[in-house]
Design a protein around this ligand. Sequence first.
Ligand code: CU
Length: 481
Amino acid sequence: MAVRQDVRKLGSDWHPILEWYARAVRELSTRKIGQRTSWAYLGAIHGLDVAGWVQAGIVSAGDPLPSQSERGRLWNQCQHNSWFFLPWHRGYLAAFEAIVAKAVQDLGGPNDWALPYWNYLDATEPLVRDIPKAFTDPTMPDGSPNALAKPHRAAIKLGPTPWFPRDIDLSAMAEKHFTAASGALGFGGGATRFNHLGGPAATGAMEGNPHNRVHVMIGGVGANAGYMSDPDYAALDPIFWLHHCNVDRLWAAWMAKPGSNQENGAQFMAGPAPRQFEMPDALGNLAVFTPAQLLPGGPLEPTYDTLAVGTGVAVVAQGGQGMPAGVSPPPPDAVPMGANDAPVSVSTSSTTLVQLAPAETIVAAPAPQRVLLNLENVRGTAPSGVLNVYLSLPASLGLPASVPEVVDTVSLFGLGKASREDGEHGGNGLTVALDITDLVRSLRAGVDGDLDQLQVRLEQPQGAELPPITVERVSVYRQDL
Ligand SMILES: [Cu+2]
């Protein structure tokens, strides 16, 4: 089986793996969208915007399309804000890799081509934050145009930047449960049905960071945004696949980490209701797949050269720990503590007060409990957005004003699509849970009496140039550990 390798460690900027990738992308791009192994069809599986694609010259208005039934099953399939985010993308990578590998072979290349990964959290590699050179060189070594460099990007280096102050990190790897309880964080996301974008559940920890952050750091926000910031264009950028390959490897490393509880209940393992996941194979035939097939020991489990570099997990075994024999324990329920009283609209900056319920106060003594701030049903019109979140003590306490502490920078990948009324979930927008345990404890330490209110400030880093983002409700939950 072909082994997926770190793109930085291939040994040269134009290693044959990348040269063949570029040739295959060029070949797949000559195929029309009606062909299941075309670059456009593969991108449409993630998401597409027909009018925008015609305008951008990605497809022509007269191009023949697959049947309506096939378009309904195969296109606009990508799973986000859901526990299916990781398994669906793993299946998507497998289909993509098989189709590219077949094209490489047909073009006269090797018969073991595997998708490399972009190991951007490998602290031992100084240039790891730059998009590899093969994705920015205008031409290939033979002087012909480079298909890997074509898509529009806002940046060719991962932040942090002034408009995205928080960096990517490996904090998601510390999550114990794959499935997120309602109002809480989990490694993989909340339990949902088929969930294209938005919907009722909170974004998973790995999906939020580094996944969403890398998308928006490369794609950017505002009028100049590139493919990577929009789920309807993202998979058309060849770097998308190396990014997702690393996200998938981080999941493999997390599963191999002692103490991780990978979801393996029947509802997850059998795949979504009411429709199944479906992909083309290397020959263009269609096949359905389930999450069970992708997990350790399953027929579609990928092989990586290492799970121990850039993952924060000191494991070397391939294939993780295998699946637990019984059903993994569910995460502890999260309990609502309180919420603000009206939706917040953020142009540049807005402040809101979260009032805790009478029986709920933030306790000073550390307890085996985490506190989570939820931004519920976040909506906007731009393809993606960024919100800086700050926390401070309410003015009503009469304490000297303190500088609000930064909670996080939230990357709202797919904001516009999740907010549209005609969308799969009627425009529910995105819901995000943030761990504020340490921050509320340090704020609590400065207060004598009860702390039953928290002040939350939301800010768009480039607000003046961007359409407003609304947050339906800001709430606080606690969860026993
Ligand atoms: Cu992605």
